[in-house]
Design a protein around this ligand. Structure first.
Ligand code: MN
Length: 235
């Protein structure tokens, strides 16, 4: 069978300390998973079960990239997040067994067109235009779980041009990594190559072309991206 045209190769993520790469299948993103962030979004975190949305795997961009300022937004936000890389398949896994699926962890950014996301949210529409677009998922190299162990507590911090904007701890996750994996696996069979962005702490805000965003989670490779100009094709 011959394809009528070629699609780009499947996106891959770097793995710390090796030339091997992690092929990325799907990207799941948990919403409102830190209390203080849920409140800054105008929601009560105590009443909500976890929920997720998705991004194309193609939205992934490697560490060090200059990402274009996306079209159709005037409020382009950063969200610093811990990312779980899945290395083993699982369906309806228990919380006790969930971490067996983990390949490793990485630092990620859930870049968001906040104006479009909030408009969609308030009108009961899908979040796609706000969340799932080109270059909306920067991620640093994955660290294998054997090298870092389970991520239950670690400082997570984001700076823009050196100024601290988000400063929290993974221990503050409402639904921790095991609970998050168990939840997603009720709705989809998790597969090797899946990524789960676990949600962002309080302090989200806007960036503009020229800004440098840096995200650190203790024990993982620091993620650094620069915000570029708007893609001239959309001008
Ligand atoms: Mn997010």
């Amino acid at each position: 069978m011959t394809h009528v045209f070629a699609l780009p190769d499947r996106p891959v993520a770097a793995i710390e300390g090796t030339d091997q790469v992690f092929p990325v299948g799907r990207i799941f993103c948990i919403g409102r998973n830190y209390e203080a962030h849920a409140r800054e979004m105008g929601k009560d975190p105590n009443r909500e079960a976890p929920f997720f949305f998705t991004k194309w795997a193609d939205a992934l961009v490697p560490n060090g990239t200059t990402i274009p300022y996306p079209p159709e937004t005037a409020n382009y936000h950063f969200e610093a997040e811990l990312v779980i890389a899945i290395g083993r398949a699982g369906t309806k896994v228990s919380v006790a067994d969930a971490l067996d699926l983990v390949f490793g962890y990485a630092v990620g950014l859930d870049m968001t067109r906040r104006d479009l996301q909030l408009e969609a949210r308030d009108k009961g529409r899908p979040w796609d235009t706000g969340k799932n677009f080109a270059c909306s998922a920067p991620m640093a190299a994955i660290r294998r779980v054997g090298d870092i162990g389970p991520m239950t507590a670690a400082p997570i911090r984001l700076t823009v041009n050196g100024a601290v904007k988000q400063d929290a701890d993974i221990a503050d996750l409402i639904w921790d990594c095991a609970e998050t994996i168990a939840h997603v696996s009720r709705f989809e069979r998790l597969l090797p190559g899946d990524l789960i962005f676990t949600g962002t702490p309080a302090g989200v805000g806007a960036v503009v072309p020229g800004d440098v965003v840096e995200v650190t989670i203790e024990g993982l490779e620091t993620l650094r991206v620069k915000i570029g100009d708007r893609d001239p094709d959309f001008a």
